[in-house]
Design a protein around this ligand. Structure first.
Ligand SMILES: [Zn+2]
Ligand SMILES: [Zn+2]
Ligand SMILES: [Zn+2]
Length: 170
């Protein structure tokens, strides 16, 4: 996942953006910012401020919902609309840089897509949401008895119950 690219300047990325300010990813000291830029390029997406900010926000706040991500990105950039952040979330999800997590019917939550097929534990009382490794590893880890001819690619598994704190409270 970590391309061994040079640590020096990469002038080919400069000034390529059409709908956002040119973004220099080379003057950052954070390796994570560089990783996000590399991931965008690897997915065939231009590196823009809103896309980078969205990836950074989601990395820092895994399982944040769209509203929370939009708020945090707008706090950073100011110039970007809420709808633009929503569009970025969808584009990054389509590109499999982000993974959309659905644990209730009301809202989507987002996390960096690590392609590890991990699942989620959700507390039905306090809403605590935690990652849990897939017991099998690779998708699909569950196969229906009758797949009706489908080529099943993934099984979304959500474990629901009471978290340890809620259990202690009784
Ligand atoms: Zn709980
Ligand atoms: Zn997760
Ligand atoms: Zn699994």
């Amino acid at each position: 996942m970590h391309p061994p690219g040079p640590s020096g300047h990469d002038p080919t990325e400069q000034g390529r953006t059409k709908d956002g300010p040119p973004v220099s990813t080379t003057d950052r000291t954070s390796g994570q910012a560089a990783d996000h830029a590399a991931a965008l390029r690897a997915a065939g997406l231009r590196v823009t401020g809103p896309r980078l900010a969205t990836l950074e926000v989601v990395e820092r706040r895994p399982h944040a919902d769209a509203e929370t991500v939009a708020h945090a990105v707008r706090e950073r950039l100011g110039t970007v609309s809420r709808q633009a952040v929503y569009d970025v979330l969808h584009a990054l999800t389509d590109a499999e840089l982000l993974r959309r997590v659905l644990v209730d019917g009301r809202r989507s939550r987002y996390e960096l897509h690590r392609h590890d097929n991990h699942h989620h534990l959700v507390c039905r009382r306090c809403g605590r949401l935690e990652d849990v490794p897939c017991a099998v590893g690779a998708a699909p880890c569950l196969i229906p008895h009758d797949d009706l001819g489908f080529d099943v690619e993934v099984a979304d598994v959500v474990y629901r119950g009471l978290c340890s704190a809620c259990r202690e409270r009784g």
